[in-house]
Design a protein around this ligand. Structure first.
Ligand code: FE2
Ligand code: FE2
Length: 454
């Protein structure tokens, strides 16, 4: 009887103890925090486990929260930083890849509307996503946001730094998240840091508390990777030490070495500053190129996606400023060298001046422009197709990267030999087979390419 009484007391006081400890965490936060428990700024955050999804939201007063989904519920972690908002992060678990999940979040008994998302099946044969950088809150940025909201086929958005341009004004972040909620409550936005996430008076603290890539509140991993159908995506930080010997470089080397190409044949590295840019405002980050280009080439990275310069530029497959391949009719075969993209045209003021003459490695560039990029992995075709859309909906640039060698289909003849192109294709496939054998014996790219003269 005595044991039962003790158990009863423990059960009764447990929620109080729990609430007190959460309140203590929230009380540590400075600021007035007088307001509502209505959830705002609701956004999904992809974990490295396809069967779970994090959701973060904000309230203007201290409260504890929970998420409900598919008949289940989980409590949130509740926290804040030096800003008059409380933040809540909860994890939805036991998700089935490819299923639709309906969820809502609540704080202090005040619930959000219902939202739905479809979990990503990493073994799917098809995947669409949007990539942007250098966003902000201009009318052009809102046009890009509206385009993302109206895109019902993209399954994630990546943003390579310079996200809201709050620059120390924290209400800018609040407004930015509220505007993106319609998209971010439905598909996760996956982020890397730019120089504008290092805020005056706050450093990376707002970024660390408002996004999550490691499931830990009040901490952020600035370099991490995610597997999606057909694509291994690396999010690195050009705002932290990336030189050989640094923690980030060691992690990059380990991560890129561990990619299983039979599952994810394509590899993309997202960062903020570009190692190839012919915009005169910032230009190529030579220190970055010196530090990591060889590693990316050696490990067979297919795309390096950056921002920072507010324009659009695509390079040819390039190594040490030497063009390795110019493709055929907008099609490239992977495995030659990385294609570098600067996509810093998602809304922040456009940079006009370009270096002249256009460098040889620059395949296409466009200034005074705004827009977003749309990517598709098609496992049947074994290729990634890429399109740069301007905010008026016109196409600025497009190309495809194939996993296999390019086969030119035509009935032409050359020197009286019918089907000459087919013969070339066969020779190309034979060459690719030799190259694959060579790769299995050493670095991913032939050594001669690494030693090409600048
Ligand atoms: Fe920027
Ligand atoms: Fe930047």
């Amino acid at each position: 009887m005595r044991a039962l009484s003790i158990l009863l007391v423990l059960v009764l006081i447990a929620p109080i103890v729990n609430a007190q400890s959460l309140n203590e965490a929230l009380q540590e936060c400075p600021g007035t925090m007088i307001g509502s428990t209505q959830p705002t700024q609701i956004h999904l955050q992809a974990t490295d486990d396809p069967t779970s999804m994090n959701v973060i939201w904000a309230t203007t007063t201290r409260s504890t929260g929970e998420v409900e989904w598919n008949g289940q519920s989980a409590s949130s972690s509740d926290y804040c930083y030096n800003h008059d908002m409380a933040f809540h992060m909860a994890t939805m678990t036991d998700l089935v890849p490819g299923e639709e999940v309906t969820y809502r979040v609540g704080s202090g008994g005040t619930w959000s509307n219902d939202f739905s998302f479809t979990t990503i099946d990493p073994l799917s044969n098809y995947f669409e996503w949007i990539s942007i950088a250098d966003h902000g809150d201009s009318s052009e940025a809102m046009d890009v946001s509206d385009a993302i909201i109206s895109d019902t086929s993209a399954q994630i958005v990546t943003i390579s730094g310079d996200i809201s341009y709050a620059d120390g004004e924290q209400s800018t972040w609040d407004d930015w998240f509220n505007y993106q909620q319609e998209s971010m409550s439905r598909i996760p936005w996956i982020t890397g840091v730019g120089n504008h996430e290092n805020e005056p008076g706050y450093e990376f603290t707002p970024y660390e508390h408002r996004f999550d890539s490691d499931g830990e509140i009040e901490s952020e991993t600035f370099w991490y990777s995610r597997n999606f159908p057909g694509v291994h995506m690396v999010f690195m930080s050009t705002e932290h030490d990336f030189n050989p010997g640094s923690a980030q470089y060691n992690w990059l080397e380990q991560d890129l070495s561990s990619v299983d190409r039979t599952i994810t044949p394509f590899v993309i590295v997202y960062g903020h500053s570009p190692m190839y840019s012919s915009n005169s405002y910032h230009g190529s980050e030579i220190e970055l190129r010196d530090a990591v280009e060889n590693l990316y080439v050696e490990k067979g990275v297919d795309f390096v996606v950056a921002g920072h310069d507010h324009f659009y530029e695509r390079t040819w497959p390039v190594n040490s400023q030497t063009v390795i391949d110019t493709g055929i009719e907008g099609k490239f075969a992977r495995g030659q060298a990385p294609i570098h993209l600067v996509i810093g045209m998602a809304g922040r003021s456009a940079y006009e001046d370009l270096d002249e003459p256009q460098p040889e490695w620059s395949a296409y560039r466009e200034n005074s422009t705004y827009g977003w990029t749309k990517w598709t992995y098609d496992g049947e075709l074994r290729e990634i197709s890429f399109t740069f859309y301007r905010i008026d909906g016109t196409i600025g640039d497009e190309f495809r990267l194939q996993e296999a060698s390019i086969i030119v289909e035509s009935d032409d003849e050359f020197l009286g030999v019918p089907g000459f192109s087919s013969l070339l294709s066969i020779l190309a496939m034979f060459g690719a087979a030799i190259q694959r054998f060579t790769r299995s014996q050493g670095p991913y790219y032939p050594t001669r390419m690494q030693e090409s003269p600048v």
